[in-house]
Design a protein. Structure first.
Length: 349
């Protein structure tokens, strides 16, 4: 069964391109304003997400019959509006609706033929009108990192200092060293630990796995590398604390302060079936249900194995696993691409 679709009534009487021929051939023109064509850019973005991340995986898995009649009607109306009504290049790039259209019309598509044909026509019109639409907004207005940082911000420490000077900064360790969700929801996602630290869910920008703790208790775990020993379902975890991390003593302490739920985040660098495709994802609150010590003969060190279980009553884990969304993965790739370019430039200076 297809997922609920965004609610929308299309304005079929919206301004149309007066230069369009009346022989049935439709074209896209540049709108005077974002809403003049009746296609709000944020609505288009939500539709793109719905098609790419909700519907397309279901269609790929189960075929076109999974689509409900309301789904087909909504998409057909959307495509007709895109063909007939004005929309700017900026709104296309911002919303990524053209990428959703490309998803429906992809080579291995299982979408209904009529929708595929309309998407092919729309792709051709977009290409002739706007040319290359492969740009990903990241640092520009409308992008995820607009006003947050710039491509040339390669020094983490300098960037953190800059953030600390901004009103409402949440980078203080005292913000992350608290119990609970801290206003975040399971499934929340960041390009890297640096940006999760900026938002205050963890107390460090380090990409390595670690425990967020102080002298009283542990508050969060960032898992990367081989930190996850075993997890049959992603919700019960055997976690291996790192030997140089003092937070392991707080995880295994018997004091009441150490028995509260722990925030767990998984990095894409984690050796696990449950890791995100990119970046860093908040999994939710987990309870410590036991721990054990193992002696490693190779390193002559004692290893702390902590057993965690996800608390009930949170956003369901299947929903969490869906993150990052397709546009988030695109943002991650663009961030890495631009950083690599900046690093290459810095070496030639």
């Amino acid at each position: 069964m297809a997922s609920p679709r965004p609610s929308r009534t299309f304005n079929r009487n919206a301004k149309k391109d007066s230069t369009s021929p009346h022989d049935g051939t439709l074209s896209i023109h540049r709108a005077d304003t974002t809403d003049s064509a009746g296609l709000n850019r944020d609505f288009l973005r939500s539709q793109a997400h719905w098609i790419r991340d909700i519907l397309d995986p279901q269609v790929a898995r189960e075929g076109p019959d999974v689509l409900q009649s309301d789904d087909l009607l909504t998409i057909d109306e959307l495509l007709r509006s895109l063909l007939e009504l004005g929309i700017s290049r900026d709104d296309l790039v911002y919303s990524r609706i053209h990428l959703a259209v490309g998803t429906i019309a992809s080579l291995a598509t299982r979408w209904p033929k009529k929708l595929v044909e309309k998407c092919d026509a729309l792709k051709d019109i977009c290409a002739s009108r706007f040319g290359d639409l492969q740009a990903t907004l990241l640092y520009e207005p409308g992008g995820r990192l607009h006003g947050v940082c710039a491509p040339g911000d390669l020094d983490k420490e300098k960037l953190i200092v800059k953030w600390l000077k901004t009103p409402g900064a949440r980078l203080s360790p005292s913000v992350a060293r608290k119990v609970g969700h801290l206003g975040f929801e399971p499934g929340d996602w960041w390009i890297s630990a640096l940006f999760a630290h900026r938002d205050g869910i963890i107390d460090s920008a380090s990409s390595e796995g670690r425990i967020v703790s102080d002298a009283d208790a542990a508050y969060a775990i960032v898992m990367a590398g081989s930190d996850e020993v075993f997890s049959p379902d992603g919700q019960t975890i055997q976690y291996r604390a790192r030997n140089n991390d003092p937070g392991r003593y707080r995880l295994t302490a018997a004091s009441p302060e150490s028995r509260h739920p722990i925030r767990v985040l998984r990095s894409h660098r984690l050796n696990s079936l449950w890791r995100p495709r990119a970046g860093l994802r908040y999994e939710g609150l987990y309870k410590i249900v036991g721990w054990s010590l193992k002696f490693d003969k190779k390193t002559n060190e004692t290893i702390y194995i902590v057993n965690l279980r996800r608390l009930a009553g949170q956003i369901d884990f299947e929903t969490v696993l869906a993150r990052p969304w397709t546009d988030e993965v695109e943002d991650y790739k663009e961030y890495k691409r631009l950083r690599d370019l900046e690093h290459a430039k810095s070496k030639t200076r």
